[in-house]
Design a protein around this ligand. Sequence first.
Ligand code: GSH
Length: 336
Amino acid sequence: MGERPTAPNGIILFNYPVSPFGRRVSWYLALRGIGYALCEQPFIMPRPDLEKLGLKYRRIPILTIGRDVYLDTRLIIRKLEEKFPDGKLGSEKPEEVFVEKLLEKYMVEGPVFSMATGLVPAQMMNDAKVMEDRKGFCGRDWTRESLEQGRPECLVYVRNLFDFLETTILADGRKWILNSAKPSLADIEAIWPMDWLVGMEGAVPSHVVSEKHFPKVYAWIHRFRAALDEAQSAAPGTAVLDGDEAVNVILQSSFSEGTGTVDQNDGSGLKAGTEVELYPADWGSEHRDVGQLVALGPDEVTVEAKGTGGAGAGAAGLRIHGPRTGFRVTEMGGST
Ligand SMILES: N[C@@H](CCC(=O)N[C@@H](CS)C(=O)NCC(=O)O)C(=O)O
């Protein structure tokens, strides 16, 4: 009999390789040397593995720890910092935490990703299914024509972004954003869209953005990639699970954390136990997870999905956690 599949540290990352958001998490795990299992997902819908879990959220990546499901890289990284505090990448100093948070807000919640996606080379959009699947994502229809049309504005924005880092925080020749000895959380928060753009052939023409124009930013990216290679070769190998294995591991696990409480000062007025829908506010909002509200705080909302799941998850339930910002939590049938 073969060995029963397991997930190191109870962690499973649902991701596909070209996801720049997914890289935020796989880089974090590699830099920390935290072992996990990967369950690779298709680039477009449907995603049957997630359906089997009864999950409706359609963005990538998703991370599970035991029976707890974490949505959105902001919350995923925060949770990993909390659950594996020894050697965490975030700072303890308030002014550095301020920088990390602002970078997260600008790079993840702000306009950066949308502007960067506007530089996806138009010739890459040659699959009608992909265009249909991503309609409206980052505010575009993803036709070649609209990409071509929007390109100049995105290029101006991205060039300014490179210039911003080159002439401010990296100007003094420091190796890492917070002048740390190793890459820290602030580096992850800042580097992922830049690395994605530099690595995407045809995205940024070399007369506008290049090593020559922005030597410090490029050197930082090279340094980061080298640090990552080093961490990856030292890290425990990633276990790979297929969809059925991942679903089984999750459904045989227990919850990895307690339920938490519902903050009466949240502003929504929602009460513990109310049946709610949870979904991202910006895109993919029609994919809504339904469950009972079990926790609500300034940074996190948790619903327990019971009976709404797929084949396996329905009976026993999963707890689905989302960040509070950028997500909506609304009472089923209500107007909250
Ligand atoms: N704020 C989310 C954004 C996630 C996101 O937009 N991911 C992209 C992939 S890089 C996505 O979901 N694209 C649509 C899809 O894969 O279905 C996060 O930080 O996780």
